[in-house]
Design a protein around this ligand. Sequence first.
Ligand SMILES: [Ca+2]
Ligand SMILES: [Ca+2]
Ligand SMILES: [Ca+2]
Ligand SMILES: [Ca+2]
Length: 310
Amino acid sequence: MRMMKWNLLGATALLTSVALAQPTIDGTRDVEYGAPIVVQNTPTGFGDSSLGQVDYANGSELDAAYAYVDMMNSTLYLMLTGNLESNFNKLEIFFDTGAGGQNRLRGDNSGVDFGGLNRMGDDGSGNGLTFDAGFEADYWIGITGGGGPYALYANWAQLATFGGGPGDYLGTTGAASNGILSGGNNPFGVRVTINNSNTGGVTNSVADPAAATVVTTGVELAIPFAAIGITPNTTIKIAAFVNGGGHDFVSNQVLGGIGGGGNLGEPRNVNFANIAGDQYFTVFVPEPASLLALGAGLAGLMGLRRRRTA
Ligand SMILES: [Ca+2]
Ligand SMILES: [Ca+2]
Ligand SMILES: [Ca+2]
Ligand SMILES: [Ca+2]
């Protein structure tokens, strides 16, 4: 009986630790993110920002990707360190979270963001941005910023296997904000902001992994599972890259990296399967915390039984 009490205490401690640890949406990397999932391996072809301001940046780079899965609140936290030039260049994030979806982007997805999503898809000739084998995108979130005063904007779409999925303008916020978006349609409550002040990381000639790893600022999102179709106990895939202002010229800043080389150009002709390595990274989404705690409790009870029968 003493053993069982101890194990229940252990389960409670696990629940508490899961509930406490949670990043703060502000564009700065929190300790909860831990180590990077993937680090940039390519110098930026889109400018090495030198401004050091939270809002305006004169270049774009993706230094590293971090994720934190909050099972208590069914929310994926995503931190992409680096910069997004404040000239309305685009950060495109594609999510493969379940069965089906699009390995090659179709041209008949949502017309969201002034047709920006479809600007990367098939123009009718059989082209369209193509992901690595096994990556079939189910959702997209696009982020851009600029203007005076500076504003960040976010768009979202679901990529149905046979096209025609929904899309929405999620709304706008400022730099280094709490990420709450206003003025759009954001039923799931996706949050995003940017801190554009990085002046380290990769340069336009060197992709030093150590320098890329120590960057602490960039784009930070909190994405409720329902917004991108995440179900527990799955490994999801995420592909992120910087694109031109019209979604029309893919940079060389992709995560996972392209292993050196110049900007990729026309999105419809980009084929990540033809580039060595994975141009995506993965995040494991475990069972809900309540099930983990139950599992810990059961394991404890089984331990107790084993001790008694030993
Ligand atoms: Ca943060
Ligand atoms: Ca999929
Ligand atoms: Ca840099
Ligand atoms: Ca590849």
